[in-house]
Design a protein around this ligand. Sequence first.
Ligand code: ASP
Length: 312
Amino acid sequence: MGQPDYYSLMVHGGAGAFEYIKDQKTAARYLESINHALEHGRAVLTQGGSALVAVETCASLLEDDPLFNAGCGSVLNENGKVEMDAAIMDGRDLSAGAVAAVQNIANPIQLARCVMIESEHVMLIAEGAKRFADHYGIAQKPDKYFFTPERMEQLKRARLKRKIMLDHDDAEESEDQKYGTIGAVARDREGNLAAATSTGGIVNKRMGRVGDSPIIGAGLYADNETCAVSATGFGEDLMRTLIGKTVSDFMLMQRMDGERATVACIEFLKRKVNGRGGIIVIDRDGNCNSGLTTKKMIHGWIEKSGETVVRF
Ligand code: ASP
């Protein structure tokens, strides 16, 4: 029997406190951008495009929007530098590609896909990833493309507080614009699943720190037998609980449906490490679910070819 001929798509723009979202204009810009990505993804999937292309398309668009903590809007590390992580996974055969601590790459998600397709590896990092990008003609941008005065200010505030922080946590002092890690998951009309996650990491992180986002099974996971997952939040919590694979395992081994697996996974994250974060999940039947332990997570979805819904 063939797969039901519908598609589903979800994207997120990061989890955190989002107190600054009280500002209506900023809130509208976030919602618009998430909506824009979803509509582009919808166009891919309507025309019979694959889940993999849909998640790459959505992730690339969000990387190009300085509102979010990925690509051009990436947060700065302790040295005032941008180091980005990204990964993509294909639920058809568990193939995956990832890059970590890369600099000057316009769209790390595209480099991750190139690693998946063109190399025999799953992850490339730093200088090696850059050489690989040079070889395959992946678009690169000068430092100034990634540095904004807002980012410098945000780093200064984090340094003053002597802490690392989630992008969206920088809310108490300031109502100005903020950015969030991005992710996308999709089920295409053939029933294939895919996931993508891309980030600048967390503000004031140590040089060389790699978070959950490019770790297969942590920041993302996709398996046609179970679900596609993208995560956001404190990477260290999400890595230690292997959040993406845990959702999938709940479905595979405990026979939970997508909704129960999502709830169980969030409970697991809280109980085991008091973790901070959120997940978006599309199960093999195209049901859309999300869960979080933070106050908010900006996200949106199209369930079974239905309407576009976007919310904090
Ligand atoms: N998970 C990302 C990291 O720890 C941050 C985020 O989701 O905003 O690198």
